[in-house]
Design a protein around this ligand. Sequence first.
Ligand code: ZN
Length: 273
Amino acid sequence: MADVARTALNTITTRERWNLQQAIEGCQRHGIRGIAPWCFQLEECGVELAATLLDSAGLTVTGLCGAGFLTGPDVRSRQACLDRHRKAIDSAAAINARCLVLVVGGLPEGSKDLAGARQQVRDALGELLPHARDAGVALALEPLHPMYAANTACVNTLAQANDLCDELGEGLGVAVDVYHVWWDPRLEQEIERAADRLLAFHVCDWLVPTRNLALDRGMMGDGVIDLALIRGWMERAGYSGFYEVEIFSEQNWWQRDGDEVLEIMKARVFDCL
Ligand code: ZN
């Protein structure tokens, strides 16, 4: 049985209704103790004020998301990616986030060189890790479903992410998002392999049919993912962190009142995880 006290809000779930401060207040009203903000929300709010608000609300910051991609068509654009990530690492440190979640980017515009894009990611991680280690911020590689390989992330399986962790070492871990990895026949073994590198656990559900590949994720229990099974694998592998609810849903959940979403979210963690 899932421990509801470990429910966290990824603030993308309420993005259309609440800014960061409102999301923090929402978590307090609903007894939710973990939160994962996005970089654009930190910028809106100001990192310093955000840090104060999060701290005085007593929230655990389960991750910082949305620092952008690591791939690019030329040296200059890749350098800009690295600069943006160094800034995000500093922001993650300022808000005491447990990790900076990395969605690594897909093929650079005009390119068909998938292996080259993956090499860019590896090189960029190598460049960022010393800064992240100095700042005390763990980097969490989030493998994305292969349907996003072209335009969002060319790290597509947990095995790939684990291989990068093995190669690059300390300071690099993984974020397991059920939406992206539930289909993988090697998921159980790769979660076990990740073990103490499991930095974050993102939950939602896979709807049938899915009407939009980016913006039609389901609330836990409304789709076909065996969430309790995957949670069991995570915990057997040693994960003891939060269940972070991350739902991109333009037509449904983003349209609803934030308080209603949080109420349902908690009930579904209890029922489905
Ligand atoms: Zn995620």
